[in-house]
Design a protein around this ligand. Structure first.
Ligand code: COA
Length: 258
């Protein structure tokens, strides 16, 4: 189905594995096209309720944009490439189903940016994060200058952006870039277990969590106003009535996403 992605669905959780291990899963044009198509399917496919993105092989999540595609780009082509990457990563961030990054090794450049576009990140002990673009005379182009600051603060982010320094998984945990650090063999189990918990909740409420959280960083939306609207919308759902009834009747809620 995809040239550069492996996919599998288990318990309504889609796992997407970026599959170019010989190039440390670097993001070339085909990976972006495949990711874009996968995201369109995620939005439409009711069997998919949550997504894990990870990398093939034991060494890398994604070691960046594919540098071999850079050499003959001019300014306009570079801007188009940045825009396309940003648009696809925004689709991840704005997806109404949870998408998490299971970071299983190097997450550099576009790989770090891909992980940051996901709703949160879980890392294996060998994960390494960084935005080394400055070594190439570049800056991040897929939202990294913005999301790194959102996630770890301006001082830490600017140090990483300007130095090109990399950080290990425990530093990423300390900075709040990742939620957990686990052994590599436990990475997918831990990711699935968290998504199974989320999948047991009301899907429309989960979607509203994502939407309102994104509003914090959207200068065109008043997040508090959006929260009022989404809070009200929840009261118009069958699932909210079911959730409240189940609590009062001391039973487990059976949510239907309606
Ligand atoms: N784009 C294209 N190819 C890449 C790549 C990238 N971002 N990152 C790694 N590769 C390729 C290497 O060229 C090499 O291919 P080859 O075997 O055909 O020569 C293969 O992946 C393995 O990488 P290698 O450098 O041999 O592994 P390593 O363990 O010695 O080093 C890294 C690992 C991640 C430190 C190193 O590959 C690296 O610095 N990559 C670039 C990171 C980067 O700058 N990313 C931001 C891009 S904007």
């Amino acid at each position: 189905m995809y040239q550069t992605l492996l996919t599998s669905i288990e318990n309504n959780v889609l796992t997407i594995t970026i599959n170019r291990p010989e190039k440390l899963n670097a993001l070339n044009k085909i990976v972006f096209t495949d990711l874009n198509n996968a995201l369109n399917d995620i939005e439409k496919n009711p069997l998919i309720r949550a997504v894990i993105i990870t990398g093939a092989g034991p060494k890398a999540f994604v070691a960046g944009a594919d540098i071999s595609e850079f050499s003959d780009y001019n300014k306009d082509q570079a801007m188009a490439m940045s825009k396309r990457g940003q648009d696809i990563f925004l689709k991840i961030e704005r997806c109404n189903k949870p998408i998490i990054a299971a970071v299983n090794g190097f997450a550099l450049g576009g790989g770090c940016e891909l992980s940051m576009a996901c709703h949160f990140r879980i890392a294996s002990e060998n994960a390494i994060f960084g935005q080394p673009e400055v070594n190439l005379g570049l800056i991040p182009g897929y939202g990294g200058t913005q999301r790194l600051i959102q996630l770890i603060g301006k001082g830490r982010a600017l140090e990483l952006l300007m130095s090109g320094n990399m950080i290990d998984a425990n530093t990423a945990l300390q900075f709040g870039l990742v939620n957990y650090v686990v052994k590599q063999e436990e990475l997918l189990t831990k990711s699935r277990s968290i998504l199974e918990t989320i999948n047991s909740k009301a899907p429309l409420a989960v979607a509203a969590c994502i939407k309102t959280a994104n509003a914090v960083f959207d200068k065109t939306t008043n997040g508090f106003d959006l929260e009022i609207k989404e809070f009200g919308n929840c009261f118009a759902t069958e699932d909210m009535k079911e959730g409240v009834s189940a609590f009062l009747e001391k039973r487990k809620a059976n949510f239907k996403g309606k």
